[in-house]
Design a protein around this ligand. Structure first.
Ligand code: PLP
Length: 441
């Protein structure tokens, strides 16, 4: 049996069709912005693996830092009063970069566990404050927050809901702020207010005493790179503040450079949330690492009395603050700073978006949206959504035949190239994608 056959027999892939006979594409190696499959084909990777390999592939400095830490100390327990230096150093360095007083880190293994940990903290927090009824969570349609039980219950994408079970009693959806889908004739400003008022109405409907938190991605990623109208985040944060609802900014995709800044919440959207969740780019995808980052104020409010039965924080993982994953993140931060990676993104990102917007001339393109190195092209060839989805899937196949990997989601082609791309790579992505769309017509 060949490798693809063994894969089919033994491995359950995330978000895959268990009934499909299709063989997986086996990616064997990578260098820079390119990856190579098991048949030796070379692809320009316009999705950074999965929004994460910010530095591109085969970075030897990253490999060396990981190897050095493995030799020095591969692992030690973070439980109770034990720890190891890399997590302390990482939390200290990150504290200087996070918005406001978001200085307290719970390290996790992934984005899902970061979101799960954030929500569990919020529940614990309100229990400690004597408000145990404050448990409800508001998320947005088309959001993606992960694959653990509670995080998956906050996913708003249609295709993420299948025969699994979800938490239903304490989660509530509100509409996403996609300007492309706003009612005909409505201004962007009015559309923003519509969505903000919808959040307020949802809080009032559930009861402010029961709503614990609102969770939002600064720019929705896998739900279709939805860039909110100007002022949306600021206004939703104000609504949350009004009703003592905590604001969780899920920056699993947007933090660590993709939008040209370390964190998008404050630097791009001007807000200081109560909690930020991160993963993916934090280690440039070289090691599995995530974190829930809490405001010092929140932590202080519930700490301080070690005799209290509430002060025992029974939440965390064997691999929280794993020394090797933290060493990878520290090296990524060092490279980001030294190579002025955010400046590079602020230069190449707008060029990429500008080139991508030329695809609007193609009749099959309904919308091109995004910011810096987070973008999407929405294919609209018919009033029938299934036809649009089938079209985008054919575009994806054409792209692969021409040596480009994009990420299809329904009728969208999603793009999130490594942050090290140069303008020539941006040109190649746009040219191949444009040719593929044109030849799919
Ligand atoms: N949150 C956001 C915004 C994401 O995009 C993702 C994954 O794509 C997650 C959470 C879950 O992260 P992970 O797959 O590392 O668990």
């Amino acid at each position: 049996m060949n490798l693809a056959g063994k894969d089919k027999k033994h491995i359950i892939h995330p978000w895959s069709n268990l009934g499909s006979d299709a063989e997986s594409m086996i990616i064997e190696s990578g260098k820079g912005v390119h990856v190579f499959d098991s048949e030796g084909n070379k692809f320009l990777d316009s999705i950074s693996g999965m929004w994460c390999v910010n530095l591109g592939y085969g970075n030897e400095e990253m490999a060396q830092a990981i190897a050095d830490q493995c030799v020095k100390l591969a692992y030690y327990t973070p439980f109770g009063a034990m720890t190891s230096p890399p997590s302390i150093q990482l939390a200290t360095e990150l504290s200087a970069l996070t918005p406001g007083d978001l200085n307290c880190f719970q390290f996790t293994n992934s984005g899902s566990t970061a979101v799960e940990s954030a929500i569990r903290f919020v529940h614990y927090y309100f229990n400690c404050l004597g408000q145990p009824e404050k448990k409800h969570i508001i998320y947005r349609e088309n959001a993606y927050h992960g694959s653990t039980y509670l995080a998956a219950s906050l996913n708003g994408k249609r295709c993420d809901r299948s025969y699994f079970d979800y938490v239903t009693d304490i989660v509530h959806a509100t509409s996403d702020p996609n300007p492309f889908k706003r009612p005909q004739g409505m201004s962007i400003e009015d559309f923003c207010d519509l969505r903000v008022n919808e959040l307020r109405d949802k809080i009032l409907e559930i009861g402010p005493d029961k709503v614990a938190c609102f969770i939002a991605e600064p720019i929705m990623g896998s739900g279709g790179v939805i860039v909110p109208p100007p002022g949306y985040h600021k206004k939703t944060l104000d609504v949350c503040r009004e009703y003592d609802v905590l604001y969780i900014s899920d920056e699993v995709v947007t933090a660590f450079g993709r939008l040209g800044h370390y964190f998008a919440s404050e630097e791009v959207f001007g807000i200081v949330p109560d909690i930020i969740t991160v993963a993916k780019g934090i280690s440039s995808g070289y090691q599995p690492l995530g974190a829930a980052i809490f405001s010092q104020k929140l932590v202080d409010r519930i700490s301080g009395d070690s005799a209290s039965e509430n002060s025992y924080y029974t939440n965390g993982f064997t691999y929280s603050g794993h020394p090797v994953t933290c060493a990878a993140a520290l090296k990524y931060l060092e490279i980001m700073k030294r190579d002025k990676l955010t400046d590079h993104v602020l230069e190449v990102g707008p060029y990429f978006m500008e080139r991508l917007e030329t695809l609007m001339e193609l009749p099959a393109v309904g919308d091109v949206r995004g910011r810096c190195l987070m973008a999407c092209v929405e294919c609209v060839v018919s009033d029938n959504e299934d036809e649009n989805i089938a079209f985008a899937q054919r575009v994806d196949e054409f792209c692969q035949e021409k040596g480009l990997i994009v990420r299809p989601y329904e009728n969208l082609c999603i793009l999130s190239p490594p942050l090290i791309i140069e303008k020539k790579h941006a040109d190649q992505i746009v040219d191949i994608l444009g040719d593929s769309i044109a030849s799919t017509m």
